[in-house]
Write a protein that binds this ligand. Structure first.
Ligand SMILES: *[C@@H]1O[C@H](CO)[C@@H](O)[C@H](O)[C@H]1NC(C)=O
Ligand SMILES: *[C@@H]1O[C@H](CO)[C@@H](O)[C@H](O)[C@H]1NC(C)=O
Ligand SMILES: *[C@@H]1O[C@H](CO)[C@@H](O)[C@H](O)[C@H]1NC(C)=O
Length: 485
């Protein structure tokens, strides 16, 4: 089997294996950082509960993340006002381009728990049902008129919005559409209204849009675009299809990447079977449902339970009893611990560097072209999955970032100083939070200087050299093919 044929298979495996909604957090990250632009890091507005723990003794008091709190963040239920930091830079900087990677919004589970009733969730969009968005009605009407659009083959045959009264497996829900209508609105406020990134007569060439071949990614991308450019001209929208969920395009042949992925899966397996409480929970749940434990585990119940949780639908029951919140908490807590171990062992990091190299390389190349005054898209949107965003976060060194929630967004901004020097800078934002100086390539920079942004050259060096030295190699081809195992 050639490796390009092996890849989708592996990704299918990894997307079943990798826990949904895993997150690692630190003390500083205990609560969502909802910073107002004018508030400094040390003045974070934290509720009283965590204020008590300003100086935790890390040795005697391991911070145990709260699985329910984490699950809530993962759901990303629209309605909480967000103070996003996109587009915030000192006045002597000009915004040149923005590249956005998103995870699709809330979706129906990918797997059903055997012998139980599927959660009853309505995927027909209805602007009067909550959660809703002021643009929802117009979005639906605009989507029904999209015949003039240019979409790559597979995409043009997909529905442009969800429509089943009982959601299909993996279908985007109304919550998912609304999450991206909000994302688009935030980007519109910050980039179009404040920074005039696009003029009113923007052209097709200024946009780059790419989506995987799932209806939930296409629809999420369209929802974001609709709020970003309300009533856009379909003839100016062209959407490319990406067959690979790691967006490796024509650079997918990378045997060592598959090797690290397999090693990571072995690590994950042995970590799981060490967790006695987790194993007991699966046995318990299997008894409730009335299937062998193995079968229950294979159905990836946490994915389905998260859907119940996010939609406030009671967990499934049978004549033997009900799956309950304690089961849910044990599995969710394990995901969080597993994410922590995953970071320590570094196998996933190596996988991530190789897996996302083509995508990160494309991102930095677009910035470079722009900085050299060559033609490049001003706004790029990649509509993707958790298995896309999670390795990108790992590869750029955002080890404290939470696992991508539904509707997550990762943004790369390119800025130019408007003084004589005309130097170029990057800012990186995850769910609206400025994480530029948490990346592996800008961390040192912050310590040594008082520049408010990170020089583009840091990011370029990371992609041209840093990635390979982390892999004891000199090029992508070598890094993918060396026989160090
Ligand atoms: C969740 O459902 C319960 C009972 O069905 C209801 O009492 C509660 O208000 C709901 N919570 C939310 C946030 O909708
Ligand atoms: C990286 O980007 C450059 C410039 O676009 C391109 O020529 C090269 O093929 C890319 N390499 C990989 C491995 O994606
Ligand atoms: C690179 O080499 C160093 C020293 O030999 C080793 O510790 C490290 O694990 C290697 N990294 C990779 C990715 O193979």
């Amino acid at each position: 089997m050639s490796s390009s044929r092996l890849l989708p298979l592996l990704l299918l495996v990894v997307s079943r294996w990798l826990p949904v909604g895993m997150q690692l957090k630190t003390q500083a990250n205990l609560l969502p950082v909802r910073l107002l632009p004018a508030v400094s890091e040390s003045e974070e507005v934290l509720p009283a509960k965590s204020r008590k723990r300003i100086m935790p003794d890390l040795l005697t008091e391991p911070s145990a993340p709260d699985p329910l709190y984490e699950a809530n963040l993962y759901c990303n239920i629209p309605g909480v006002a967000e103070h996003s930091m996109e587009g915030h830079a000192p006045p002597n900087f000009k915004l040149l381009s923005v590249q956005v990677m998103i995870r699709h919004g809330d979706r129906y589970p990918l797997y059903a728990i055997p012998k139980t009733k599927r959660p009853d969730i309505n995927c027909v969009l209805d602007p009067v049902r909550n959660p809703s968005h002021p643009n929802l009605a117009n979005f639906i009407s605009h989507m029904t008129k999209g015949s003039g659009s240019q979409m790559d083959g597979t995409l043009s045959s997909l529905p442009r919005f969800p429509s089943h009264s009982l959601c299909e497996m993996g279908e985007l829900t109304q919550t998912g559409v609304v999450q991206h209508l909000y994302n688009g609105q935030i980007l519109r406020e910050n980039y179009l209204k404040k920074h005039k990134l696009l003029s009113n007569d923007w052209t097709a060439k200024q946009l780059y849009i790419e989506s995987t071949g799932k209806s939930r990614t296409l629809q999420s991308g369209l929802a974001l675009l609709y709020s970003f450019l309300p009533g856009f001209d379909w003839k100016k929208i062209s959407i490319r299809h990406q067959w690979s969920s790691i967006f490796c395009s024509s650079h997918c042949d990378c045997p060592l990447r598959n090797h690290y992925l397999e090693e990571e899966q072995r690590r994950q397996y042995s970590y799981r079977i060490k967790n006695v409480q987790l194993e007991k929970t699966y046995v318990d749940m299997a008894k409730v449902v009335g299937v062998p434990t193995r079968l229950l585990r294979a159905s990836n119940p946490i994915d389905s339970l998260l859907c119940h949780f996010c939609h406030n639908v009671t967990f499934p029951c049978s004549k033997n009893g009900c799956i309950d919140i304690e089961h849910f908490k044990v599995i969710k807590a394990h995901q969080i611990e597993d994410e922590r171990e995953r970071h320590e062992k570094q196998l996933y990091y190596k996988y991530a560097l190789l897996a996302t190299y083509p995508l990160i390389n494309q991102t930095v190349s677009r910035m470079q072209r722009m900085s050299e005054g060559k033609k490049a898209e001003v706004f790029a949107l990649y509509s993707a999955h958790d298995v896309t965003l999670s390795p990108v976060l790992s590869a750029i060194g955002l080890t404290e970032a939470r696992f991508p929630r539904f509707g997550a967004r990762l943004v790369f901004e390119l800025w130019q100083k408007t003084d004589q020097e005309k130097e170029h800078y990057v800012r990186i934002l995850y769910n609206g939070e400025d994480v530029t100086f948490q990346t592996s390539f800008c961390r040192e920079h912050e310590r040594r200087s008082n520049q408010p942004l990170c020089p583009l050259s840091k990011f370029v060096n990371f992609v041209k050299k840093g990635v390979f030295s982390a892999l004891n190699s000199t090029s992508y081809y070598d890094a993918c093919h060396q026989r160090s195992f």
